[in-house]
Design a protein around this ligand. Sequence first.
Ligand code: PLP
Length: 351
Amino acid sequence: MKPWEAYFRKVEPYVPGEQPKLSKMIKLNTNENPYPPAPQVDEAIKNMDIQKLKMYPDPTSEILVKAIAKNYGVKDEQVFVGVGSDDVLGMAFLTFFGSEKPIVFPDITYSFYDVWAELFQIPYVTPALNENFRIKKEDYYTPNGGVVITNPNAPTSVYENLDFIRDILDHNQDVVVIVDEAYIDFGGESALKLLDEYENLLVVQTYSKSRSMAGMRIGYAIGHPTLIKALNDVKYSYNSYTMDYVTLVSGKASMEATEYFKECCEKIVATRERVKKELTELGFSFPDSKTNFLFATHKTVPAKELFEALRKENIFVRYFNKPRIDNYLRITIGTDEEMDALIEFLKKYLG
Ligand SMILES: *Cc1c(COP(=O)(O)O)cnc(C)c1O
């Protein structure tokens, strides 16, 4: 080891799902949307003024912030945008979790949270979900430095209703409560409805799943203007130009394409409900998903075996080799054709 290595910041990085470089595959492993971005995005990119790329982009991301604010009926001062919700959530951890008390999030949830907590040296506790992968809300009644709830949760797909979120907020009025709603557009009710009542609530959403734009990297947070100002102060202390011109223009176009967005979400929900029935008939069980994925376990065949068998067919799903969830597969809802191919293979393999 070189002497300077003693001064390195040592972190155990987050491991994203695989992005195989195959031309023909069925990719159901990272919860991307199988449908293309809105046609309005295509048009916006084609009509873009590339002279604009000579200049720095607008550090306030005004056109994107305004489009998001308009869509959700909030003020511009209530919207923060970032490079995917990972950037937004990371900024939020850095901005809001300066307490000496631990922040709280479940043992099974989005696996980036503990990575940020370690990176920013934020103390944290991870109370266990119950045997049905539900949050025990009493675990969140203890004194803490902040709360993070993914709703619906990942990778479990479990959704808690707004009464539940309200209860968490009622018991945590002196810290910031982050609700990560990466999957809310697939059937849940957003906590955005509670913003007027709770100034300490920050709702985070993303373009990566329901808006078919994982490759563009856009996420946003909506909350009280004091929270948004604090986030922007931290952002401008680190990197002012997070959102490039192409992203701003296409993000605006996507947010305005309401009809297309709704259609895509409805298609995915319809496919999901059909696949639930078919997988049940094949001996799988799963929590009742309100997301664009199913968290499925088979009554006899181990998840790892299925994961590997599917992989050989170039059907990619996600397997987590972690305690309590190592007999589950997280299967993204793709197009009807993709799901047919998955079911077809499983029928053969299990039959
Ligand atoms: C996908 C996901 C994110 C991150 O999405 P971005 O692509 O960075 O916007 C955040 N939280 C959860 C729970 C997710 O599943």
